[in-house]
Design a protein around this ligand. Structure first.
Ligand code: URA
Length: 210
């Protein structure tokens, strides 16, 4: 992907996103919409995956038919909200290998600290798609990408539902080689680090917590 930021402005994505933003949308509906949007974002983010051909026989004749080339892609969820995006992508790409990155924010230093890291082997040979619905300050996303690079990943893309300009700028500075695909570039962060107009706390809304 040549663009650092791609906003998927497809009407279906935008319509579903409006439903997700609405504070009256309940958890089951929110989760369903997230799954549907994640598949539309996955369509965009995998657009340039490489193909090769394989000889097959249709009922009519033989042909060289296109199939994906290389190792299975790695889908990495940034816990916990990343799991909501991951589920839908896995339905679309069931053969994907799955990884998890868990980070929390140290209350004193305000820096992300790793508490869990498990990723597929041979990351260097795979397209790696890191998923987290909300790109807010970008600190945890950039730290997660640092960890993926340390583990060998060289071809990484980042999928989110909403991005704040602050998060995009942070990612561009830290990881200019990682294209971002999102459903919306929102206006700003508020003083508590929430995306505005946003949709609130994505994890709470998808898991029904407070
Ligand atoms: N994380 C969320 O869940 N929501 C925001 O608005 C920002 C970060």
């Amino acid at each position: 992907m040549s663009e650092h930021l791609t906003v998927v402005d497809h009407p279906l994505v935008q319509h579903k996103l409006t439903q997700m933003r609405d504070k009256d949308t309940a958890t089951p509906e929110f989760r369903r919409l997230l799954r549907e949007i994640s598949q539309l974002l996955a369509y965009e983010i995998t657009r340039e995956m490489e193909l090769t051909t394989k000889r097959i026989s249709t009922p009519m004749q033989e042909m060289d038919a296109p199939v994906l080339q290389g190792k299975k892609l790695a889908l990495v969820s940034i816990l916990r909200a990343g799991n909501g995006l991951m589920d839908g992508v896995l339905e679309l790409i069931p053969g994907a290998r799955v990884g998890f990155v868990g980070l929390y924010r140290d209350e004193e230093t305000l820096q992300p600290v790793q508490y869990y890291f498990k990723v597929p082997e041979n990351l260097e040979d795979r397209l790696v798609i890191a998923v987290d619905p909300m790109l807010a300050t970008g600190n945890s996303s950039a730290a997660a990408i640092d960890l993926l690079k340390e583990a060998g990943a060289t071809n990484i893309r980042f999928m989110c539902l909403l991005a704040a300009p602050e998060g995009v700028a942070k990612m561009k500075e830290a990881h200019p080689d990682v294209p971002i695909v999102t459903a919306s570039l929102d206006e700003c962060l508020n003083e508590k680090g929430y995306i505005m107009p946003g949709l609130g706390d994505a994890g709470d809304r998808m898991f029904g917590t407070k």
